[in-house]
Design a protein around this ligand. Structure first.
Ligand SMILES: [Ca+2]
Ligand SMILES: [Ca+2]
Length: 160
């Protein structure tokens, strides 16, 4: 009788484990794991921490992602509306674009592909004082893009 009860108990634990991992994990909570949020089938992390561009990219890598690569108008609109809804207008966000290797040649981190879609603010990229080589999405300029000095600490968006 005691053995039967133990087997039953073990069976229940096993069933619960499978339900929790298999059902809760895959069906009830699909998609992105915290701190990532899911937007149109992709996972983004909007960091309230502020870091230099390089440290931001290192942080994204440490959580198996990269600084965000915005490759279409629809992706840009989706990210802008999220940022507008949930964060202060004082925030500026590092994205994965940079022209560190060659001035004026803007590429995405990781893939090194040249930016096709862009949403620069008029007059940008300005490469002000010759030291602006990293891409930010800047809330105070109607959430458009600007090149800024990579060493400045800003909020950042990781994507995976
Ligand atoms: Ca530049
Ligand atoms: Ca600039």
């Amino acid at each position: 009788m005691a053995v039967t009860r133990s087997v039953l108990c073990f069976g229940l634990i096993l069933v619960f484990f499978v339900l929790q991992r298999g059902v809760f994990g895959l069906v009830i909570f699909p998609g992105c794991q915290a701190p990532f949020v899911q937007l149109s089938g992709r996972c983004y992390f909007f960091s309230c921490m502020q870091k230099s561009w390089s440290h931001a990219q290192a942080y994204c890598r440490s959580i198996s992602s990269h600084l965000a690569r915005i490759t279409s108008q629809s992706e840009n609109n989706m990210i802008v509306s999220y940022v507008r809804n949930y964060f202060s207008v004082n925030f500026s966000w590092w994205l994965g674009g940079n022209d560190m290797a060659q001035e004026g040649r803007w590429v995405w981190v990781g893939t090194n592909s040249v930016l096709s879609y862009t949403n620069w603010y008029p007059g940008e990229p300005s490469n002000n004082e010759g030291i602006e080589h990293c891409l930010e999405l800047r809330s105070v300029i109607t959430h458009r893009w600007n090149d800024a000095p990579c060493g400045h600490a800003k909020n950042f968006i990781c994507e995976k």
